[in-house]
Design a protein. Structure first.
Length: 347
């Protein structure tokens, strides 16, 4: 009877999960701007708190923070939009240059006794299609920001609400101090993760942009933005960001520049991803590669390109919630990376 009760409990849980995912997909046009607003508000909350501690009134602190957001995102959107238009117009030229550079490489292999034809290579690699796919993904993100005014308004209201949230929680949960501690711990963890990950991703994007500018690769700002966004996806994000840029460097500048481009991505991600980020991020924020891949598929299917970019932060937030709740702690262990799971065992 107990086993049957457990089976029913699991079945109801899975059914509820499916219903929630279906509802999120159906309401994606509303949920996506809301998610972006929440993420932006969480990242900006410390800056607003710092201004308030310096004596500025709440409304002025929020106004200054929102102004910086507007200027920063608008400037970046203009630069990326102009780069995307130029990039799309250059695709036929890149396709022709790819054929020329590939023919030169094939001649070198043929002289060494390795028989390869251009048609074989073309059947496996189509740089124009790959680069167009990247451009379409960025345009999908841009279309999600078309409701930018709505996003900004939601951010403003969230920041105003964040000021009064601790007082409301203490009143609402006065008899359940454990719930208050759990919620505050969860909020601190989410806030810390998003801020550090955003700063680290910004550093990655800036370094990649500078390196590509030094090499002379076209549209370094565009590829720097891609590196910034995809740095939120561990394990495979840096590879996805590097592949189209390496192909572009090969098409535009030749094999040596393509190798230097790939080397730059490797060095930046080794230094930032393996040295800087773990030092500040702390423990317990790893995800298994399988969970990363499944998260990309699930959230990308539900929310489109924005869902793919936010998939890992969303999954990390779920993991932090599981860790903060003793009853759900086993789920956090299940989706953890192998190294983190081993670290738990050693401790």
């Amino acid at each position: 009877m107990i086993d049957q009760h457990k089976g029913t409990h699991w079945l109801v849980g899975v059914a509820a999960f499916v219903i929630i995912i279906a509802g999120l997909k159906a309401a994606s046009q509303i949920v996506v701007p809301l998610m972006l607003s929440v993420f932006i508000a969480i990242i900006c909350a410390p800056a607003m708190s710092s201004l308030r501690r310096r004596g500025l009134p709440t409304w002025l602190s929020i106004l200054l923070v929102v102004f910086v957001i507007l200027v920063g995102i608008s400037s970046l959107a203009l630069l990326v939009g102009a780069s995307l238009d130029s990039f799309s117009s250059q695709l036929p030229v890149y396709k022709q240059r790819f054929a020329e550079e590939t023919s030169n490489v094939i001649k070198v292999f043929n002289s060494l006794g390795v028989q390869i034809s251009y048609d074989q290579v073309k059947g496996y690699i189509d740089p124009s299609a790959l680069m167009q796919m990247v451009a379409n993904a960025l345009r999908g993100l841009g279309s999600a920001l078309t409701n930018f005014i709505l996003v900004v308004m939601i951010v403003i209201f969230i920041l105003f609400e964040a000021v009064e949230l601790p007082k409301k929680l203490s009143l609402a949960m006065s008899d359940t101090s454990g719930s208050i501690e759990w919620f505050e711990s969860f909020i601190r963890s989410v806030n810390r993760y998003l801020i550090i990950k955003t700063l680290v991703s910004m550093l990655t994007g800036v370094l990649i942009t500078v390196w590509l500018w030094v090499l002379g690769v076209d549209f370094p700002i565009l590829w720097g933005v891609c590196a910034f966004l995809l740095n939120f996806v561990p394990n495979i994000g840096s590879i996805i960001a590097a592949v189209p840029v390496v192909l572009l460097a090969f098409v535009q500048l030749g094999s040596l520049s393509a190798g230097l481009t790939g080397l730059g991505f490797l060095i930046v991600n080794l230094i930032v991803g393996n040295m800087i980020e773990p030092r500040y991020m702390g423990k317990g924020l790893g995800l298994s590669t399988l969970v990363v891949f499944l998260s990309l598929l699930l959230w990308g299917w539900v929310f489109g390109p924005v869902g793919m970019l936010l998939s890992i932060p969303l999954t990390i937030i779920m993991k932090l919630a599981f860790e903060a709740n003793p009853k759900m702690h086993w789920l956090a262990i299940m989706i953890d990376s192998e190294s983190e799971a081993s670290k738990r065992d050693s401790n």
